[in-house]
Design a protein around this ligand. Structure first.
Ligand code: GLC
Length: 613
């Protein structure tokens, strides 16, 4: 039975197209964007070259000044990169004003084609103060629960649409093979099967089965292909990173594997994401055997579009095409001719428009390629209902009450509970009775719980947002009468430690391990001769040294987000842990990279490990 909303959408579409066309649209499967070619081609046929090139251009809000370039260049899309907040702050209202202002500029163009507004809502609408921040994918991977992952992304879409933002650069379906990579936590796990299962669930949660649903958003499977398989390379000793102690580089590196391995491990999640209807795919900064993915006609056109039948469009990564050659115009030519359809060109978008136009006029980029790119973009916009008579593109204040709401937080708390992995327990857990103390660098730090991609690109420690609860506060809320300040009054000590927030290459490290400060905190707790419960807040498995031996229990909590109560639920026994490792937990740094299926596989805790009460 058709829902009311679906009937409304059909009515809108019917207003501008024939009955036969409308009937066709109602029958197509998610991802079958070619069903919208009649609509797309009709509009394409009316577009000038300038309007076509504009559709292929995505600029960043922070560089758009008074936004008039959205109109004068007829831009197809605007993004807010990690630190690109509205001028008047980071509230949902400020985001709504920014989105609506950009859309009004787009509607004022000759053809009035609405914008796609893209953000990295990679664990909730995580740029915006007060949004529910869900566990990062590494934690969701440990739940092994596709229906939960779908629900998490459905809620993320609703919180995005409150602000009007209609495009999420998610899910990241990377299959990280080396935990020393700063983006490990953006992956669901080291197994392609897990990324396939949960990546498709995330797409379904974001997009639903009708992209015109005003409570859904456009998804983006990323980063195609092999982003998580790069080889660790020594950084230049003169580099600032090397001087800061980061000896290795993995991010945006080179994935040196044969094609069979590339397909088996890194390509695997994409057919399922495409079958789930994902409307966009983001090529990776990284290379495959020395060739940049963003310039690979074989990967982008022959494999992705022709062999896998992807009918949506490709969006480049942030300035990623700049890395393709020394001359910018050549960068543009290489990427567009390889199959890139829209380019994320945050600041130099005017130059991009000028140079791509020159390339077309010189015949260096065929008009057929331009038309294919624009048709793909317009198909997706048509599927989203954006080309109908009354597109839903403005923010929706009716959703304000659900933004950051308790029902949404309850789902996030459930996701936290299910993401925790009990690695070791000699019986001290659950803390059913008796006094306990809580210490450690991450015990009372919402920013550490949330990790990178939270309010700011890199995230930050401390009170990073509103509406959340730290692990310490959650324990106090649930068992305040048993929480003691001093360890000598406690019968058990909970030590919550872990990584400070980071994102992308900033998180590359040659030795993911507990910091000296955290090791000291563990030692101090162990010295009391009370049983110690070690809770690790991290974007990847950390080498624990002798802490694992000395502590009575060890819990991996990953990057749980704002709902620290989910951690308290497990520690206090209100929820028996069910999480299973989605990444192998190494014994020592010299084991990196270590993954299930390796020969001589002797980790501290294997992939799939997870105890219960
Ligand atoms: C970043 C990331 C990508 C993100 C994009 C926009 O550099 O590589 O995952 O979607 O830029 O913020």
């Amino acid at each position: 039975m058709m829902t009311r909303r679906f009937v409304l959408v059909l009515a809108l579409v019917a207003a501008s197209f024939s009955t036969a066309q409308v009937a066709t649209l109602a029958q197509h499967k998610p991802g079958e964007f070619s069903a919208y070619d009649d609509i797309a081609n009709e509009l394409l046929g009316r577009m000038t070259l300038a309007e076509k090139v504009g559709q292929m251009t995505q600029a960043d809000l922070q560089y758009l000044g008074d936004l008039s370039d959205v109109r004068t260049l007829a831009l197809g899309s605007v993004l807010s990169g990690g630190n690109s907040d509205p001028k008047d702050g980071n509230s949902p209202e400020a985001w709504a004003r920014a989105n609506d202002a950009c859309q009004r500029e787009a509607l004022a163009t000759r053809l009035g084609v609405p914008l796609l507004y893209g953000v990295d809502a990679v664990h909730g609408h995580s740029n915006v103060i007060g949004a529910v921040i869900f566990p990062h994918n590494i934690g969701l991977g440990c739940t092994r629960d596709p229906s939960l992952v779908e629900e998490v992304h459905r809620i993320t879409a609703i919180e995005m649409r409150r602000t009007g933002v209609n495009w999420d650069f998610a899910p990241c379906v990377t299959v990280p093979q080396d935990d020393r990579w700063g983006r490990t936590y953006e992956g669901f796990g080291e197994s392609p099967a897990l990324a396939t299962l949960l990546g498709a669930a995330a797409v379904s949660g974001l997009q639903g089965n009708d992209l015109a649903d005003p409570l859904r958003v456009l998804g983006c499977a990323k980063h195609f292909v092999g982003d998580g398989g790069t080889s660790a390379e020594k950084r230049d000793a003169s580099s600032s990173e090397f001087r800061a102690g980061v000896r290795l580089r993995l991010d945006q590196g080179d994935t040196r594997v044969d094609e069979a391995t590339l397909r088996r491990v890194h390509l695997a999640p994409y057919p399922a994401a495409i079958a789930a209807g994902v409307g966009t795919i983001m090529p990776s900064y990284s290379s495959w055997n020395g060739e940049k993915c963003s310039a690979s006609h074989y990967l982008l056109t022959e494999v992705l579009k022709e062999e896998l039948g992807f009918e949506g469009f490709l969006i480049s990564d942030y300035n990623a095409i700049d890395q393709l050659a020394s001359d910018y115009k050549e960068c543009i030519r290489l990427s567009i001719n390889a199959g890139m359809d829209m380019v994320m060109v945050p600041e130099r978008y005017q130059e991009f428009v000028t140079k791509l136009t020159e390339l077309v006029n010189e015949g260096a980029v065929p008009m057929e390629r331009i038309d294919d790119a624009v048709r793909r973009i317009l198909r997706v916009k048509a599927a989203m209902g954006l080309l109908g008579p009354d597109p839903v593109i403005m923010s929706d204040a009716n959703l304000a009450s659900s933004f950051g709401s308790e029902p949404h937080r309850e789902v996030a708390r459930r996701a936290v509970r299910q993401s925790l992995v009990l690695l070791k327990n000699d019986g001290v857990l659950p803390l059913k009775d008796g006094n306990f103390a809580v210490t450690g660098s991450a015990a009372d730090d919402l920013g550490m719980q949330c990790g990178g991609w939270t309010i700011d690109w890199q995230g930050k420690t401390g009170d990073v947002t509103t509406g959340g609860v730290t692990i310490r506060d959650a324990l106090a809320d649930a068992a305040n009468d048993r929480l003691v300040a001093e360890s000598d009054q406690a019968e058990a000590i909970v030590v919550v430690v872990g990584e400070k927030p980071y994102a992308e290459g900033t998180g590359d490290t040659d030795e993911p391990k507990l910091s000296d400060e955290d090791q000291d905190a563990v030692e101090a707790a162990v010295a009391t001769d009370k049983p110690v419960v070690l809770v690790v807040i991290s974007g990847r498995p950390l080498v624990l040294g002798d802490a694992a031996d000395k502590c009575a229990a060890v819990v991996a909590a990953w990057l749980p987000g704002t709902e620290g109560a989910g951690v308290a639920d497990v520690l206090l026994g209100d929820y028996a842990p069910t999480g299973k490792l989605s990444f192998t937990w190494p014994k020592s740094a010299d084991q990196h990279p270590i993954n299930i299926g390796d020969e001589n596989y002797e980790p501290l805790y294997p992939y799939g490990h997870g105890l219960c009460y």
